[in-house]
Ligand binder design. Structure first.
Ligand code: NAD
Length: 473
């Protein structure tokens, strides 16, 4: 498990920043073909380091090689492919119409890079959450300083090699460290800050950005509910929920945080989930090479505390419940009768513990969800169209899957992100490109403008023309 980490010296960071400052205008002038070439180089280097990435993530928190391929490398390659395919169109100035009063002019939107950008990432998907926004920043023509999480030091060493083999520091550089380095970076004046992490840290980032009025994208977290109504086909849906909840040992921002299930389905659900977990990880889950560990003892103890608090208050383990501290191991665990004011229902779980709450009337579901911050994701399992519509219309969330969990992040045609406490701004595909882009309004006056005729002095004739104009509205 990785706990030691390197820290880039503040003087080195200032040097990189200065280089990027003198270079960002040149980067901004690059053509679509030049940016696509850079993305292609990044793709090629990632392939070269595939095995090293797999080894490093195993060392950091026993991430299986297949999951490194599927959930770290694949999403970044998909972003590269999607951006490369569409970039010429995204960058092309877009002509827009003009009102009749602006006759003699033409207007368009020019897509210029924001300039110097900073990307701060968490540990749970150390490559995907650093490099997916990097693809958007490169596509948009920005310089980038990348600050990965300090908790996956083996992986960070490889990510650093990938970046330094592909780019010059004056364009893109990785700096390493924890809160101190992050704080030093946030003191610098960037044009855009893209942060992925916890809502409380998001507030610190936004406050720092306000000092320079830098724009921000905040990809945050929260409690993402899974609603299961009385019409849901439990056998069919359980594999989709068990996978999304326990992959990465539940350390996913869009993992189902808790289930809220119609009381008539609870017993069948708990039984099927238990069988499904065994199918995924075998009878002795601790021995499974497909099941991850909790990233650090701090997070292990946090989860242990939530569980104990809920059990003390009347919660009951319905499946699992084994914890092994020397390895930061927590078995996939279902908890029933969880009091709504216990820690498991108060805080984002971000681990393999799944509270199962029951309801009788669907209004209870929306009341519970709306009593909390707006979630990053909300999942609805139902075969009843009216219920699906009701749950969507009476709640708000960054994203939603119907009869599925988590995969909406994998469709690059959809914006990904939260709302308020779960995030500000959207990422991925075209939406990611736009986050790092200034949509500059340009108006070109080609003939004398109507405004010129309307300048003071305001004669009777001019007033008459104004009266006629206003009648159009
Ligand atoms: P975190 O917020 O603790 O850390 C994220 C980054 O912020 C790290 O690089 C860290 O070094 C830095 N950081 C931490 N404290 C800081 C401070 N005081 N000042 C400046 N920088 C600081 O998050 P984490 O524990 O790495 O990840 C878990 C959280 O991230 C969860 O809440 C999860 O939901 C969220 N998350 C969101 C998404 C998303 O796409 N919306 C994805 C993954 C994780």
């Amino acid at each position: 498990m990785a706990t030691q980490f390197n820290e880039t010296k503040i003087s080195v960071i200032e040097g990189i920043y200065a280089q990027q400052k003198s270079h960002y205008l040149a980067i901004g002038k690059t053509t679509a073909s030049e940016r696509i070439q850079k993305l292609t180089r990044l793709r090629d280097t990632i392939f070269t380091f595939r095995k090293e990435l797999q080894d490093a993530m195993w060392k950091d928190y026993r991430k299986p090689a297949a999951e490194v391929d599927l959930t770290e490398i694949y999403p970044v390659l998909q972003e590269i492919k999607f951006a490369s395919k569409h970039l010429k169109r995204w960058m092309k100035p877009k002509r827009v119409a003009r009102p009749i009063t602006m006759i003699g002019s033409s207007s368009w939107i020019q897509y210029e890079p924001k300039g110097m950008s900073l990307i701060i990432a968490p540990w749970n998907y150390p490559m995907q959450l650093l490099f997916a926004p990097l693809v958007s920043a490169i596509a948009a023509g920005n310089t980038v300083i990348l600050k990965p999480s300090e908790f996956t030091s083996h992986t960070v060493a490889i990510l650093k090699s990938i970046v330094s083999e592909t780019f010059e520091e004056k364009e893109i550089a990785v700096v390493e460290g924890g809160v101190e380095v992050s704080t030093a970076l946030l003191n610098l004046k960037f044009n855009h800050i893209f942060f992925t992490g916890a809502p409380d840290i998001g507030k610190i980032v936004m406050a720092a950005a306000s000092k320079h009025l830098a724009s921000v994208t905040l990809e945050l977290g929260g409690k993402s509910p899974t609603i299961i109504d009385q019409t849901a086909n439990i056998k069919a849906i359980v594999p989709r929920i068990a996978w999304a909840k326990f992959v990465n040992a539940g350390q996913i921002c869009i993992a189902p945080d808790y289930a809220i299930i119609h009381e008539s389905k609870k017993e069948e659900f708990i039984q099927s989930m238990g069988q499904q977990i065994t199918k995924h990880y075998g009878e002795d889950i601790m021995k499974s090479s497909d099941y991850l560990r909790i990233i650090s003892s701090k997070h292990f103890l946090r989860l242990k505390g939530y569980l104990e608090n809920s059990l003390e208050q009347g919660g009951k383990i319905a499946y699992g419940g084994t914890l092994y501290e020397p390895e930061n191991y927590i078995e996939p665990t279902l908890v029933e009768n969880v009091p709504l004011d216990s820690d498991l229902m108060k805080y984002e779980v971000f681990g393999p513990i799944f509270p199962v709450i029951t309801y009788k009337d669907r209004k209870e579901v929306v009341d519970l969800i709306n009593s909390k911050e707006k979630p990053l994701a909300l999942y609805i399992y139902s075969q009843n169209k009216k219920n699906i519509k009701y749950f969507i219309e009476n709640t708000s969330a960054g994203g939603t899957c119907i009869n599925m969990s988590a995969v909406h992040v994998g469709n690059p045609n959809l914006p990904f992100g939260g709302i308020n406490n779960s995030g500000i701004g959207k990422s991925r595909g075209h939406y990611g490109f736009l986050e790092f882009t200034n949509e500059r309004s340009v108006l070109h006056q080609k003939l004398p403008s109507a405004i010129e005729f309307m300048a003071p002095p305001y004669t009777k004739l001019k007033q008459r023309l104004v009266d006629i104009t206003l009648k159009y509205f």
